[in-house]
Design a protein around this ligand. Structure first.
Ligand code: NAP
Length: 279
């Protein structure tokens, strides 16, 4: 019997705990605050920013948006980030991607102070994660780790297969699973015979952005399936990277899309802002 991992419910529980922490911080005169910078008006980004703003509001984290025109210069963006880095009332800075092509993405992200890098993208935080030092961890992998912990899913000595090697999900996920003593295999677009690899997996974490890529015949009985994918379909619906209907018949645990990894990602962002404020 497959158990569905309820990311929405878990995120609600985390938000409740964070709200209490925020109240305590406020009593001590600290008002946790997140600054979000968006360049251009990508409709999907606007939705993400709105969701983050609502989530902040729910736990009492202050939220300030910095919206720039699509043609804004890199210089102006870097100047704003520098100002926020030096503003003691701001604890977390988030730069919403995608950014327009004329802006050097690495330069922009790397200019955020590692102490305020609540997305966990800065090389300093990436490096700290890889050597097991306390750091801000990228929110999606961090949310998945929380799911394993909350559902008491054993990772030690398990074969974990990660599909995708992006800087924001796949790569930090490798470190997170290593830290949890799993044996990790990573697949990407050049990997041959993926289904042979996934069939041996105790845990599959799919983060490739291909609707229903993981099929029933790629999964062994009793595997734990984590679906990171968010694919917008022509009919407006959202679909994961896993064929949920059929794979859930074989899995021991599975995350739905929506309502799985997505809400946990936002909850861990809030967690990172509170962590930054505490520091
Ligand atoms: P990304 O930067 O586009 O990276 C995709 C990765 O998948 C790449 O490493 C790519 O390999 C690999 N890949 C693509 N096609 C493949 C194939 N046919 N077989 C094996 N590997 C393949 O994507 P991302 O930012 O990591 O996001 C992945 C998905 O997760 C997207 O649907 C995104 O919307 C979603 N997402 C969800 C959340 C959440 O909170 N739920 C957060 C972030 C992202 P190469 O490296 O070889 O190109």
């Amino acid at each position: 019997m497959c158990e569905i991992i309820d990311g929405k419910l878990l995120a609600k529980k985390i938000r409740k705990e964070l709200k209490e922490e925020v109240n305590t911080l406020k009593k001590d005169g600290i008002n946790p605050k997140l600054a979000v910078i968006m360049v251009g008006n990508n409709p999907a980004s606007s939705v993400y920013v709105r969701n983050k703003s609502k989530a902040c509001e729910k736990v009492g984290i202050e939220f300030e948006e910095f919206l720039f025109d699509e043609n804004e210069t890199e210089e102006k963006l870097l100047e704003t980030i520098e100002k926020l880095n030096n503003d003691d009332s701001i604890h977390g800075i988030l730069l919403q991607s995608p950014l327009p092509k004329h802006i050097n993405i690495n330069k922009a992200f790397n200019s955020i102070s590692p102490k305020k890098d609540v997305d966990g993208f800065h090389p300093v935080n990436v490096g700290k994660l890889s050597i097991g030092e306390d750091s801000f961890i990228s929110c999606t992998p961090y949310g998945i780790v929380k799911m394993f912990e909350e559902y008491n899913i054993e990772t030690e000595g398990k074969n974990a297969v990660i599909l995708g090697r992006s800087n924001i999900v796949g790569k930090p996920m490798i470190q997170c699973m290593l830290n949890k003593n799993a044996t990790v295999t990573v697949c990407h677009s050049k990997t041959k015979n993926i289904e042979e690899i996934t069939r041996k997996a105790d845990i599959i974490i799919a983060a490739i952005g291909k609707p229903k890529f993981v099929k029933e015949n790629m999964v062994k009985d009793g595997a734990v399936i984590i679906d990171v994918g968010i694919n917008r379909m022509d009919d407006g619906s959202i679909c994961g990277d896993v064929d949920f209907e059929n794979v859930s018949k074989k899995a021991s645990y599975i995350t739905p899309v929506p309502g799985g990894v997505g809400p946990m990602t936002i909850a861990m962002l809030l967690n990172n802002v509170v962590k930054a404020a505490k520091k």
